[in-house]
Structure formats: C-alpha cells, structure tokens
Design a protein around this ligand. Structure first.
Ligand code: UGA
Length: 441
C-alpha cells in the first residue's frame, strides 16, 4: 500500500484551504477543489482569500513545492485522490436552528460520480450526529467503485488566527472509522502529525461527529459560565475579573476560555450549539443538552448589556452622540465577521441614533459590505476623534497598546466601555478616563 496517499480537499474556505495548504507543506501531493472559479484562481496565484496569520507564507511554500494545485473539476479530484477530505461549510439554516447540509451533500454527490477505484472519503465538516452514516450509504450507492469507497470522520478543531499551528500541531486527532483499512489510510494521511507524538483517538463514526459538537459546546459553556458570573457580579458590586483569576488557579477549572466580556461569536460556536440542541431534540434527548439554550441566551444578553452600558455612560441616550467602536471581527487576528458581537453592538447603537465610527485592523472590508450604514475610520484614533464615548469590542493587540492619554487628547469625553476586559483599568482611570466593563465596579 502507498504510504503517502494522494490527497484531495473539497471546499477551500477557511478549513479546506488551510488543510490543503498544510498537507502540501507536510509533503503530500494535494488537489484542492472548489465550485467557485474565482477562489480557485486566487489560490492558484498564491493569494489566500481571507485573513489568517502565516497562511500566505505557507501557500507560497506549498505552490513552490509543486505539490499543490486547485481546481473546479471533481473529475480531476476523483481520478487523482486516494483520500478525499470534505471541508465544506455547514451554516445555520435561515429559518431554523438546524445545520444546512446542502453543501456537504452536494460535495459528496459530485465527488462520488468520479470514484472508480478504492478510495477513502473523510468528512471534516461539523455535522449533526448521524450524517456520516447517511453519507456512507450515499457514497456506496453513487460511486462506480461501490463498497470499495469507504467513509471516515475526522473532525477539525482549528481556531481562526491559529489555523496553521493548530493544523500542523493539533492537540489531538480523532478518527471515526468503520474498518481497519480506513484507520490505516488515515494514519498514512496524518503520518507527519502522528510522528510528533500527537495523540489519536479512534472511534466509530457517530462518536467522532459528536466529539466536535461536544467540544465546541463545552467551550461555549465556559464562556457563558463566566459571563453569567459577571451578571451576578454586576448585581452585587463584585469584580468578575478577579473572580475569574481566582477560579483559574484551580487546575481542574483552568483559566482558558474564562475571559468575561462581550461573549462568543463567529461561524462556529453560536451555530454549533444551536444545531446540537436541535439535533438532540430530534433524537428525543433534548433535555440532556437543554442547558445549551441557556448558554446561548446568556451569550446574547452580553451584547444587549454592552449596549446598555454605553447608553448609561452617555447619560441615558446615545441619539446624536458620536461613538467610537474599536473592532468589528468576531475575535482578533481574523477578518471574520460572522455573528460578530462587535458589529451587533455597533449596529444596535447606530439604530438608536448614534453616529458610530468603526475601526478594525483586518475586517473593514467585510464589515462595510455587511453593515454599509456604519461609518468606517482609518485608525483607532481617527474613530475616536470627537467621540462622546469609546467602546472596545474586539481585543486586537493594537487596541490593548493604545496610549490612554493620546486617545484622551482627541475625544470629546474620555469615557470608555471595555467590552472585552482587555485594557488595564487602573492605567486608563489614571489617565482621566471614566472606565466601565461588564461585571466590574
Ligand atoms: C472555535 C473553537 O475554538 C475551535 O476549536 C473550533 O475548531 C472552531 O470553533 C470551529 O468549530 O471551527 P473559533 O471560532 O476560531 O474556534 O474561535 P474561538 O477562539 O473559539 O473564539 C470564539 C469566540 O469566543 C470569539 O468570539 C471569542 O472572542 C470568544 N471568547 C473566547 C470569549 O468571549 N472568551 C474567552 O475566554 C474565549
């Protein structure tokens, strides 16, 4: 058996592009496939179509090696690949909490027609548990090679902003398989990662699907837990910042994902917990994860409470007030604005009559497309010029490094809401700012 399978990656969005590029850098022959010819052209010419630190350099390396190319042809993919990774998106359906599986089904269907020899198809997309078993049957029925085409599940845990590192050196690999052959093929496809001693957990298909949503649900729960404590702190005058630090010393709890503030957004955590709750209900075990709706509710309240705090700071009304909004992306080191808490807050303040001026180091283009009514500034200081209040919404390093006195010099009123608990309260207050953060006196 070929020890280095040839790889195809179907879908070249965030996950797929990173996976294809990193696999090629790790020495595999890779073909990336996308239905969008413009995206394929950009990638082939060395351009990463989204912001991800370090990825453009890896793409240049992969293309120079001659081991990576992108195509729109499923025929080419089917003829080329031994192991095919499915990396297409599973967004929330427009009118339901369920995941939209249109792209996954379309990718598997389009690929299956060209599978004439033994091959492994590996799902990486986040899907409702039970999807893999259905896709396995679909593949067998559609592929000319029939039962010689197997399906495995290999959930992806990479974080935006750390995508290259998380792909090259993940915390763990999960292989959901139905045969020893599939496991062997996956081990061959991840040989350089496994050689570093990365642990691998081999499971059945449904456990592998569940690991992913269980992990994201746990992370969302940690964030909403500390934000729930912030609500209690607000009612008592206690300080959630100190509370979180004190909790983190307990190694069983740990400090990661315990940063209070505006809460979680992005293309994964919010839609994954909703789709999981929905799927559990379909399976008759909705009660088991009913708490996820509470997690979602706590998270949504953070956005409303941040708006309230800005209004409060502005004396009860923001109509006609100029507000500087620092940040648009759902988190730093990303240009992703999907379900971004920052833009939700900025948009709400604008709808209340405020003149909101937004600045983000990477997400301005995406933000302007989605929220054309907001005003976009050229820098944090430009956004803050003549502002009646400043609100920090995404904790970019450059915002953490703002000199409070320099910003005080350009605003009308030195008032700031630190929506991400990212600034040093004492320093800002010492520079004359009225500093407010949720859950902190
Ligand atoms: C998340 C998971 O962390 C990844 O493991 C997973 O692979 C990915 O979803 C996915 O399913 O594709 P990501 O969405 O890139 O990754 O972002 P995170 O770093 O998890 O941050 C999510 C949100 O939580 C951000 O809005 C962030 O600002 C917020 N957050 C994070 C907090 O509010 N507090 C924290 O302590 C940590």
């Amino acid at each position: 058996m070929d020890s280095r399978p040839r790889i195809t990656v179907i879908g070249t969005g965030y996950l797929g592009a990173t996976h294809a590029i990193c696999m090629a850098v790790m020495g595999y022959e890779v073909v990336g496939v996308d239905v969008d010819p413009a995206k394929v052209d950009r990638l082939n010419s060395g351009e990463v179509p989204f912001f991800e630190p370090g990825l453009p350099e890896q793409l240049a390396k992969a293309l120079a090696s001659g081991r990576l190319r992108f195509t729109t042809s499923f025929r080419e993919a089917g003829e080329f690949g031994d192991v095919h990774f499915i990396c297409v998106g599973t967004p929330q359906q427009p009118d339901s909490e369920a995941a939209d599986l249109t792209y996954v089904d379309a990718a598997v269907t389009a690929l299956a027609a060209h599978l004439h020899r033994r091959a492994l198809v590996v799902g990486k997309s986040t899907v409702p548990v039970g999807t893999a078993a259905r896709l396995a049957a679909l593949l067998t029925s559609l592929a000319p090679a029939g039962e010689r085409v197997e399906l495995a599940w290999n959930p992806e845990f990479l974080r935006e902003g750390f995508a290259v590192d998380d792909t090259m050196r993940p915390d763990r690999l999960v292989f959901g398989v139905t045969s020893a052959w599939s496991e062997q093929r996956l081990r061959a496809a991840f040989a350089p990662v496994l050689a570093q001693g990365v642990p691998v957990k081999v499971t059945d298909l449904q456990t592998a699907e569940l690991v992913k949503v269980a992990a994201n649900s746990f992370l969302a729960t940690k964030i909403s837990y500390i934000n729930a404590m912030a609500e209690v702190c607000e009612a008592t005058g206690a300080d959630v910042h100190d509370l979180a630090e004190a909790l983190a010393y307990d190694e069983r709890i740990g400090g990661k994902f315990l940063r209070p503030g505006l809460g979680f957004g992005g293309g994964c955590l919010p839609k994954d917990i909703r789709a999981f709750a929905h799927r559990a209900e379909e399976l008759g075990v909705g009660q088991a994860v009913g708490f996820l709706r509470e997690i979602d509710g706590i998270n949504r309240r953070r956005r409303a409470r941040t708006v309230d705090l800005v209004v409060e700071l502005c004396g009860g009304d923001v109509a006609g007030k100029r507000i500087a909004a620092l940040g648009a992306a759902f988190k730093p080191n990303s240009d992703d604005i999907r379900d971004a808490p920052a833009l939700d807050v900025a948009g709400t303040l604008q709808a209340m009559g405020a003149d909101v001026r937004v600045f983000d180091p990477a997400a301005m283009g995406n933000a302007a497309k989605a929220y054309p009514g907001l005003t976009y500034a050229t820098s944090a200081l430009d956004a803050a010029r003549d502002a009646d209040a400043v609100v920090l919404l995404t904790e970019w390093t450059e915002f953490r490094q703002i000199e409070p006195s320099a910003m005080a010099a350009v605003v009308t009123s030195a008032r700031i809401v630190d929506g991400r608990h990212a600034l040093d309260r004492a320093t800002w207050r010492a520079a004359g700012w009225e500093y407010r953060a949720l859950g902190r006196p």
